[in-house]
Design a protein around this ligand. Structure first.
Ligand code: NAI
Length: 325
């Protein structure tokens, strides 16, 4: 079985290599899968892709033409794959959970960094500047956090927030009735929260759910945390909200146009993205490069589940982790 990996980084190779055997052969491409690179898939049985690979109609048609039988996502989100077009043509599998703790803990790490200015303090003290001016934060204890999406990650984030003595309000379009979380309407969540953390998937419905209109209903100074998908937020509207001080801070592990820059080192280049440049220039915006998943435990689970998915599909012609329309 020949498997072509795209958008491969060193840590992917390290975690997957141990699963190579006489009947499973890996080829690690650094390039992303797209219409320009899909021809590399000729001769492979499986393509293994990540969050910013482009698996659109053309790519899917070419994969079918080359005889590729399986698209194995090594992530949970699948908004970068045209699932409707793949239906009936090629099977798509994913890793539904690899470490929800990794993502929830990163969301809290970003929030704590923002509210206590530890990122600024770190740089100051490295330069022998021990002044505290401008570093005053606020207590999380007693604040209201609004959690949108109470699936695997959202629920863990809620538990973490409770540990901090925060009041939790939640909204989930498909809420389950088996937990003691206080659910409310999206409108009330926006109106009542000091912090809003996004843990729902990107769909047509959730696209730009944080926008000028929803921000208008929020508390002045609200902090937005997004570890889900960039396009949940209208970035231009967010920038406007920060400029008018309606938004007190943004902790962003994901960004609408991240595919062009995230995961690469552009430290010696001029970035061709003015929106990102404005965000980076704002002292109350904290950006990480879609790294919430990046823990040893998560990488190990991703590799194991991906290989299990592939084996299950080729052994039984179906897979528990298949993504369906
Ligand atoms: P999950 O499927 O367990 O939970 C998602 C929740 O969102 C579900 O409870 C669902 O009912 C809810 N939901 C669906 N549509 C909604 C809507 N319109 N409004 C409100 N809630 C809605 O997913 P999980 O594992 O908790 O992941 C959440 C998101 O985190 C993923 O969709 C993915 O985009 C993102 N993610 C980000 C990572 C990172 O490294 N930054 C890593 C892994 C996931």
């Amino acid at each position: 079985m020949k498997i072509a990996f795209f958008d491969t980084k060193k840590y992917d190779v390290n975690s997957f290599e141990r699963y190579a055997s006489h009947n499973i052969e890996f080829k690690f491409f650094e390039t992303r899968l797209s219409e320009d690179t899909v021809s590399l898939c000729q001769g492979y049985d499986v393509v293994c892709v990540f969050v910013n690979d482009v698996v659109n109609k053309t790519v899917i048609d070419d994969l079918c033409k080359y005889g590729v039988k399986l698209i194995a996502l090594r992530c949970a989100g699948f908004n970068n794959v045209d699932i409707k077009h793949a239906d009936g043509k090629i099977t798509v599998v994913r890793v539904p959970a690899y470490s929800p703790y990794a993502v929830a803990e990163h969301a809290m790490a970003m929030l704590l960094t923002h509210v206590r200015n530890t990122h600024k303090a770190y740089i100051r003290t490295k330069g022998y500047n021990f002044s505290l001016n401008g570093l005053c934060g606020f207590d999380l204890h007693g604040k209201t956090v609004g959690v949108i999406g109470t699936g695997k990650i959202g629920r863990i984030f809620i538990d973490i927030c409770r540990g901090f003595g925060m009041k939790v309000l939640a909204y989930d379009k498909f809420r389950k009735n088996d937990d003691d979380t206080e659910y409310t309407t999206l409108e009330n969540l926006f109106k009542s929260s000091d912090i809003i953390s996004l843990h729902c998937p990107l769909t047509e419905e959730t696209y730009h759910m944080i926008n000028e209109n929803s921000m208008r209903t929020m508390k002045k100074g609200v902090v937005i945390v997004n570890t889900s998908r960039g396009a949940l937020i209208d970035t231009e509207d967010l920038i406007e909200g920060i400029k008018t001080k309606k938004i007190g801070g943004a902790c962003l592990d994901v960004y609408e146009e991240e595919a062009d820059v995230f995961y690469e080192d552009y430290s010696s280049d001029i970035i061709d993205d003015d929106t990102l440049a404005i965000l980076l220039s704002m002292p109350n915006v904290l950006i990480t490069s879609h790294q919430a998943f990046l823990t040893e435990e998560a990488l190990e689970n991703i590799a194991k589940t991906t290989v299990d998915n592939i084996k299950e599909f080729f052994d039984t012609n179906k897979c528990e982790n298949e993504v369906t329309v």
